[in-house]
Design a protein around this ligand. Structure first.
Ligand code: SF4
Ligand code: SF4
Length: 491
């Protein structure tokens, strides 16, 4: 399967199953387009190259529509495309279908927990999926006993895996700060005796960030996620206190101080865009210009009847925003390379020129996640579980509060394998709509919780989210293509 498209002035082809990415000139792009049409018409079967009849037909079609090219040029370009096909870097067949059966049979281990340490919050965000931290239940804080049992549970359930990921989540986890510190100490103490290693992530709205917290997070947390929606008026409209006061002015100075101390360690500013800021590129830019260079921004998820929810009518604008974002990142990347080439320091660039990372455009064309992960995705319900303050286990934090999805508890472990079983079978091959989707090995079939809540089935899809996801992948590929092209030009 191939996907070819134009983005940021480049003509790009992705060979889905090999992961090869090709930058094409006008003629090769037109020929590839004809080959794809011929394949759809059943007239071309790509195997070890391009058969003579297909070559002649593709050449004739392209030359009749674009007479500017000569027959020799077309033959040369077709020969190059045939070589890529023979090398299994274009029109590659799916080699993974059998692997999926093995995936279902494989023994799985829990190697990541989301600890909902506080089902309560000091903000009252309008779009909160966790109903202001309470997950549609009572306010609650996790006890030390539950947290320690959770650590023991994951140590036992992680089998041969040495690395265990723990996410401190809420509500607002700062509202149970002493438990966070105790849990880190408990886990660290068990590292030596078990030979395992813990990696912690902390997600916060920033309201209670101070020097002591900053120092602890910077020492202990592998990653910190800071919630900020961009421009002050955008952020404050939906992220406010219970008495309606916006949180921007309180958190931004705290985030700046935190990031300054963070150095090279990982963090993300995580934003949400809604109907109120379909021009979300401005919010990403705002955060970058504040000096935050690790950014993430996602469309709001929730009740379609809410006034802030996005809909299909917003798609053209949203897709355009991703294009603007990719163009800005390419501009900043080029500038940074120029500065480096000339012996300068990127950190001397003004925030308005400094390159930044956008989480949803991240793509590793060389290494990337292993194929199991690319097929099966985040591992919710199988390798990753959420723990409530009461010690219940859920497939992930998005299911918390839905009793039918309780899979067990930290004392007894998984007591309802029948609930986890469908998650084990959840991958991009189990979603009928994903079969022909070129992005499936980047998306893995999407988020199971979103699929369930929007379509009623764990293996459903959400067409609106799919359109945005595919656009993000095109932008990511365009950014990678520009990096490769610039490296070539520089050599
Ligand atoms: S800070 Fe997070 S948990 Fe708290 S209300 Fe806002 S979205 Fe919900
Ligand atoms: S983008 Fe949609 S259709 Fe494509 S793999 Fe993901 S969930 Fe499936």
């Amino acid at each position: 399967m191939i996907h070819y498209f134009q983005s940021q002035g480049q003509k790009i082809a992705l060979d889905v199953y090999s992961g090869a990415v090709h930058l094409l000139d006008d003629l090769s792009y037109a020929l590839l387009d004809e080959l794809a049409v011929l394949q759809n018409e059943g007239l071309f079967v790509p195997q070890n190259g391009i058969d003579d009849a297909t070559r002649e037909e593709a050449k004739a079609r392209v030359l009749s529509s674009t007479p500017a090219f000569s027959a020799e040029e077309a033959e040369e370009a077709l020969a190059d495309l045939a070589t890529l096909i023979a090398q299994k870097r274009l029109f590659t067949e799916d080699p993974y279908a059998d692997l999926v059966l093995n995936l279902r049979e494989r023994k799985t281990y829990v190697k990541a927990l989301c600890l909902n340490v506080a089902h309560t919050c000091n903000l009252d965000c309008d779009y909160c999926f966790a109903s202001q931290g309470k997950y549609h239940g009572e306010r609650a804080l996790m006890t030390k006993e539950v947290a320690e049992r959770a650590i023991d549970f994951v140590l036992n359930a992680s089998g041969p895996h040495r690395q265990i990921d723990i996410d401190f989540f809420g509500g607002e986890p700062m509202l149970n700060w002493s438990l966070v510190k105790d849990t880190v100490a408990c886990a660290r103490a068990k590292e030596t005796e078990t030979g395992k290693q813990f990696r912690f992530t902390f997600t916060t709205n920033g309201m209670l960030l101070d020097e002591e917290v900053t120092a602890f997070l910077n020492r202990e947390m592998h990653n910190v996620v800071l919630s900020l929606d961009g421009r002050k008026e955008v952020h404050d409209r939906l992220r406010h206190t219970i008495d309606g006061r916006g949180s921007y002015d309180r958190i931004v100075p705290r985030f700046r101080a935190f990031v300054k101390e963070r150095g090279d360690k990982e963090y993300y500013m995580r934003g949400t865009f809604t109907k109120n800021n379909v021009d979300f590129f401005q919010d990403v830019l705002h955060m970058a210009n504040l000096g935050f260079y690790r950014l993430s921004m996602e469309p709001v998820i929730g009740d379609p009847n809410e006034s802030y929810m996005l809909g299909p009518d917003d798609l053209p604008t949203l897709l355009g925003e991703y294009d603007k974002l990719a163009a800005e990142m390419i501009r900043r990347n080029r500038l940074a390379r120029k500065v480096t080439r000339e012996g300068g320091n990127i950190n001397d660039l003004a925030p308005s020129d400094h390159p930044f990372v956008f989480y949803h455009f991240m793509m590793n064309l060389e290494g990337g996640p292993c194929i199991h992960k690319r097929i099966a995705g985040c591992g919710s319900g199988v390798e990753y579980l959420a723990v409530t303050p009461q010690g219940e286990l859920y497939p992930c934090h998005q299911f918390v509060g839905e009793d039918a999805f309780i899979v067990g508890n930290v004392w007894e472990g998984i007591t309802k394998p029948e609930v986890t079983e469908p998650f084990k079978a959840c991958n991009c091959y189990s979603h009928p709509e994903c079969a022909d989707c070129w992005a499936k090995l980047y998306c893995s079939g999407g988020c199971a919780a979103n699929a369930l809540h929007a379509s009623g089935s764990l293996t459903g899809t959400v067409p609106f989210s799919c359109t945005l996801f595919r656009k993000r992948m095109e932008c990511a590929l365009a950014i990678q293509a520009d990096l490769a092209l610039s490296a070539q030009e520089e050599n």
